[in-house]
Design a protein around this ligand. Sequence first.
Ligand SMILES: *Cc1c(COP(=O)(O)O)cnc(C)c1O
Length: 368
Amino acid sequence: MNIYKRLGVKEMINAADSYTIIGGSLMPDEVIEAMSEAARAFVSIEELHDAVGKRLAELTRNEAAMVTGGAAAAMAIAAAACMAGADGELAGKLPCAEAGRNEILLYSCQNNGFVQAVRLTGAKVIELEDRNPDSDRQLREAITARTACLLYFVSTQFERYAPPLGDVISICRERGVPVIVDAAAQLPPVSNLWAYTEMGVDLVIFSGGKTLRGPQNTGLVVGRADLIAACRAHSSPRSSVGRPMKVSKESLVGLLAAVERYVGLDQEELSRQYEFAVETICAHARRLGLRAERLYPGPTGQSYPRAALYPDPSCGYTAESLQAELKSGEPAIWVGLSEDKAAILVNPLHLQDREIALVCDRLARLVG
Ligand SMILES: *Cc1c(COP(=O)(O)O)cnc(C)c1O
């Protein structure tokens, strides 16, 4: 009997997304094996951070990199790094609202629940007005001696509302203000691991437990060597604001194994698998009399497709009730819902081959 059965906890099929509430993603065997190997000996955590960071920087074509305890932890640590640098004395003082540079700039439309993480340092978030004809001047005026950095989310959801990243980078560069990009879920394409830093972003954050399929509680920060060194100063094992966001030796090597695997994958083959899943489910839904279409790109602009299935009244379900019915079945199937609630959305990112047929069977039973 597997551990979840023994505990009486229901397993589910993830046709939704890399959601933390259902466990994010599944670690491939390479990752599990690396973690299990790492669990068998003591090492210096600082030395392991150095070695793993160096290798991650090479793999992601960046000057430097480090592992954090999740992308949200990376946001807090990167904020601390920009507020206090690698200065040992100031590092010890955070969280501190009076730290030298304690303001973080952010466009209003990009303010979401994850931003809470940067406030752990004592930083104040200063909201900038969304894109308008005066955006450049407003950004220049918002930058003061108290500005620690600007935090920017790259997502097609905000593209229309926030000034383009390229413009923001050039203004911040003029003033020596680091730009941090939250790209937690922005994979694929794999090239995003280096594309933002090539554009001039100072630090870029990815979730280790989403598309990368590393340990759930890991994040990856890539970018400028001096800022990564400062991030290390604000992280465990050092006494710092980041000390509660500890990364274990197992997680350190686990994320490295995940990134090694991910950059080595045949991306075209992976993309064919996503297309196959979406095409199979759309074709099946059409045979059941549902309207179905392929959506592209992914929810925040990633380069993968999804299937949108539109139940009509004759099948006895609305999209919402069909979503709920799939979730309450055995095994539970998690799917998304379109913003207008007209369609259920099937995301292929974490759907395993054998699960495609299970999703099709359940749909046939419910609406067939
Ligand atoms: C998921 C996500 C995070 C948090 O990532 P964790 O690795 O779960 O901490 C932060 N920002 C954005 C935009 C995300 O999608």
